[in-house]
Design a protein around this ligand. Structure first.
Ligand SMILES: [Zn+2]
Length: 82
């Protein structure tokens, strides 16, 4: 997958190549000449990491809510002598 990035310092656009959920290439001069992770790749990868952390947190909250519902039902059943 390719993501188009507008340059912040000129009216150029760069193309970020994404494999699975990680930026692996960028057409900006910083990455092309220095061959290190440029700010576009870093930014994208940080966003993916944040999104993954958010989803994991959401899943933990949902699991905690399910457990709380089960605990309430058990408490109710015990109270009612079921
Ligand atoms: Zn770049």
């Amino acid at each position: 997958m390719t993501k188009t990035i507008a340059s912040q310092t000129s009216n150029k656009h760069y193309f970020l190549t994404i494999e699975t959920d990680h930026a692996v290439d960028c057409t900006c001069p910083d990455h092309q000449y220095r061959h290190h992770e440029c700010k576009h790749m870093r930014q994208f990868n940080a966003e993916v990491t944040r999104a993954a952390a958010f989803l994991a947190l959401k899943a933990r909250i949902a699991a905690a809510e399910r457990e709380a519902r089960v605990a309430h039902r058990i408490a109710f059943e015990l109270m009612m002598g079921l």
